[in-house]
Each structure stands twice: as structure tokens, then as C-alpha cells.
Design a protein. Sequence first.
Length: 428
Amino acid sequence: MSTLTIFSSVPARAAEAAPVATSRPIPAVLGADLEVPVKGGRLVGYANLDYAASAPCLEPVSAAVTAALPAYSSVHRGAGYASQLTTARYEQARHTVRAFVGARPDDAVIFTRNTTDATNLLARCLPAGTTTVVFDTEHHASLLPWQKSVRLAPPAFPGEAVRAADAALAGIDGPKLLVVTAASNVTGELWPIAALAHVAHRHGARILVDAAQLVPHRRLNLTALDLDYVAFSGHKLYAPFGAGVLVGRRDWLADGEPYLKGGGAVRSVGDDTEWHDDPEPRHEAGTPNVLGAIALAAACDALTATGWTALVREEERLIARLRSGLASIEGVRELSLWGDDHPRVGIVSFTVDGYSAREVAEVLSGEYGIGVRDGKFCAHPFVRHLLGETDGGCEDGTASAVRASIGIGTTQEHVDRLVEAVRDLVNR
């Protein structure tokens, strides 16, 4: 299988059949003019390089929420105009998200709090005796929710990931689920999800893809890639209003125990309780996060309208500049599982000789007005593997790294400021 086939988020045949959206200018983010204090009392423009943790809000997303607020009301239960309008907006958000990920017409779209919540929801719905296969390179949200799992070591190259999953799934009887990220939250590297989906289905397994770090950067087509489930978060997709989503096949979700038990999840309550067969109301008990769903859909619309070509081109220009700049500094080491040339999204994690990750992050913030993340990024086994460490808790700076991540709103000045700040630190 060619590299393009393995790593492209949309196979060529699917891209040819996809409707072509009219490109628009890249939308702005709120907070682009934020000024922050630095050492000496000066104010400088904030260089936000922490998009992988939470992305800022897109202006069209803020506008959509503001427009919905005057008529905000209950959903699914009211006969009044405001309730009917809010319900229509909420359900339209479901259709928008379904289209954004290229889901099948009958796939369920369940709104959750975030990717972690979505993954735990699916974990609760797995058929009895299901074995999950997951790599140690995953975010904790993908490592921890499963009752029965097989953990695979970090693969040395993409083909080994496919072979390891193939071998593990072949040795499992009964229901099985392969769980894998689409783009690493530590290194940004793209995973061979198309090939892994093919292997999973050949063994009668299903696949869940953590798309939290992919969908802000690349187009995803669930149908073309033949994925069973995808999960992602609004707060990483420029919609920080507390909503995430699980999209995928209905049968396991329809048969699973309701994630929350309460109003909206039931058809009737008496001596016996009759739960909804439809997985969407079945797992969305109580009043949902309507504004979060509207915001998430608005972000999907904004990115689709902008067009992925312009977004990817600008991101690749900036991430190449950042990586080459850091590579030119003696004592700076970029973390990578599969090498410098492997395709990736706008994430770079690195270490600086002689400094803990926390020290680097504090200097960048306090002296240069740069926001980055430091630590293990909720991926402790993977970060320890990349650093060659066998132990180290959250507070252990010897087993941590610095992560710079870019997105809409990142400028060349932000990238250059980070590189020069790290260079200054090394030269002290």
C-alpha cells in the first residue's frame, strides 16, 4: 500500500466524488489582539502556540452562539416557538456534524462533553466480552476506559503498526474493537487509519478513531475510510463551548446501557422502564448542551466553507518553519515516533538540554508572551517511550516535554518568536 493511500484522510476516489466547496478567506479567531504582561511590566501580543490543548473560538462560531441566544429554550419537549426553533437548530447541528465527517446516512451522532466522554460512552456500550486492542501511544482517553484490553507497544514504523494490530486481532475470539488515533497529540504524526480499518474488518473487528487532533487540521471522511466510530471535541475545533461528539454505527449504541439515565432517554416509566431504541436520545438524557452543539456545527461549517487547501497550505508552511528553526538550535530535540519526514499536523514536541519542560514553558510565557504546553500531554506511556524514560509521574520534569501547536490565528511572527526565545534560552 502506498504512503498516500495509508495516510490520506480522504482516498483519491472519495475526493473526486466529493462536492467542491467555494473557498472563503480563513476566518479569524477571538483573542487575536490579546496582550499579556511579561517580565519588566511590558505588554506584548500573545503568541498562542497551545492549540492542541484547546483552540480559541472562531468568530463565526461566536456569531452563531450569539444569534441563537435570544431564542434559546428547551429542546424536544416544548410546543412554544422558541423551543421549536431551538430544537430545530440542535437537530440541524447533528446533520451538520454528520456531513462534516462524511458519515453514513444511518450513523448515530451523539453529542457528548468531549472526546474522553465520547470514548467512555462507547466503552459502556460494547457487547459483553469485547476485547479492545490499543497502542501505548494513545491519549489516556483511549487507553483507560476499557474493561478488557490488549496493549500494543509503540510501533517502530507505520507498517509495523498495521502488522501488530493484525496479529493481535487474529488471536482474539469474540467481539473486538481496535482503538487508534488519527493524529498523535504528542508528535502530530498521522496514523495509517485506512490500513488499520481494513485489518480490523478482515478480522471481524470494529475500529474507533480518536479524531480530536485531526479534524481541526485535515478533512475526515468516515465513509471513504470505512471507519466504524469517530470521536472528537469542540474545544479543539475552535468551538470551546463544552461539546464533543461520537459518530458511528447504531447497533452497539442502541443495545448498550443508556450512558445517562433520566428524562429524554426513555419512552415510558412505570413498573418497567422502556428505553429509547434510537441511540441519540438513548444516550443524551437530560437537557443537552444545545449551545455547545450549535457552536460545534458552526465550526464545522466555517472550516468546510474556507476549504481545506488553504488551511493545510498555511499550516504546512508554518510548521515547516517552526521545525527547521528548532532543528537549528543545538541542544533542542524534537520528539518523533516515525522520523522527520513522516506526515503530521501542526504539533511539535521537544526538549531543551539543561532545562526541564516546565522551566522552558515558564520562561516562554513570563519573558516572551508565548503560550505552550509542558508535561506528558495525557499520554504518559508514549512520552516516556519517546524520552527513553521508564518512570516519572506528572510532576517529574525529567520525563516531560514542551509542546508547541499551531492553528488558525498562528502567525509567522509567533513561530519566529518561539524559535528565537528558545535560542536565547540555550545561549544563556
